[in-house]
Design a binder for this molecule. Structure first.
Ligand SMILES: Cc1cc2nc3c(=O)[nH]c(=O)nc-3n(C[C@H](O)[C@H](O)[C@H](O)COP(=O)(O)OP(=O)(O)OC[C@H]3O[C@@H](n4cnc5c(N)ncnc54)[C@H](O)[C@@H]3O)c2cc1C
Length: 190
């Protein structure tokens, strides 16, 4: 391990940014915990919280190199998972006003095209292989989401949330058994 900065780093979000951050700080902390609000699929699949998740993506060469630094062999992993290797300047046709046809030239650079879920899945698998990195789907976030949905429907719960947010009541108020039961039912129905 490089010179340690602290014992535990917490990263919010297991998107490409969060997974990269987790890998980057993993050398400097004894443990890294990545908290994600979505349940993480065990295969490449879009997730509810990633609006751009269904778009086809390509990695620019600089992005690929940065990911290779964090996860050596990342490009090979992408290719093995089904990404399409493309040759920069050759395999993608660019149209620019006043230059038609824009020349196709081989600069000896390549990267990969694939779905965003595929990049994320490969990065997730690599991050999870780091012995001090833990990915966690955080139930606390589900609790908060269920409570918010209830508050949107129930004026009394809305008032309670407002009082807690304004420090008029402790968040222990959420533990009231009847409310807990409704929150749990809401979590189960999500
Ligand atoms: C139309 C479109 C096309 C694109 N094309 C390309 C492309 O070709 N190539 C390319 O490299 N990039 C492309 N991008 C950009 C790329 O999709 C984004 O830069 C990248 O997905 C961002 O990843 P991220 O991890 O930073 O953020 P996100 O993907 O937004 O991930 C954030 C994560 O944090 C989680 N989260 C948020 N808040 C909380 C919380 N409070 N608690 C717990 N978890 C939380 C979310 O659930 C999510 O998993 C494109 C984007 C768009 C919109």
């Amino acid at each position: 391990m490089a010179k340690p900065i602290g014992r535990t780093a917490v990263v919010i979000g297991a998107g490409i940014g969060g997974l990269s951050a987790a890998a980057a700080v993993s050398e400097f902390f004894s443990q890294v915990i990545v908290l994600e609000r979505d349940e993480l699929p065990d295969h490449p699949a879009p997730r509810p919280s990633v609006a751009q998740g269904r778009h086809p993506h390509l990695l620019l060469v600089g992005g690929l190199r940065a990911l290779e630094q964090l996860f050596p062999g990342f490009g090979d992993d992408l290719a093995a998972a089904g990404a399409v290797r493309y040759q920069v300047g050759i395999d993608i046709r660019i149209e620019r006003p006043e230059f038609h046809p824009y020349p196709q030239r081989d600069f000896g650079l390549h990267s990969y095209a694939m779905s965003r879920p595929l990049i994320e899945f490969v990065a997730r698998r690599r991050a999870a292989q780091l012995s001090n990195v833990t990915l966690r789907f955080d139930g606390t976030l589900m609790f908060a989401a269920a409570l918010t949905r209830l508050a949107a429907r129930e004026p009394e719960t809305h008032k309670l949330m407002t009082e807690v947010q304004h420090f008029l009541r402790s968040s222990d108020a959420y533990r009231e058994p009847a409310l807990m039961q409704r929150i749990k039912a809401e979590m189960a129905s999500a």
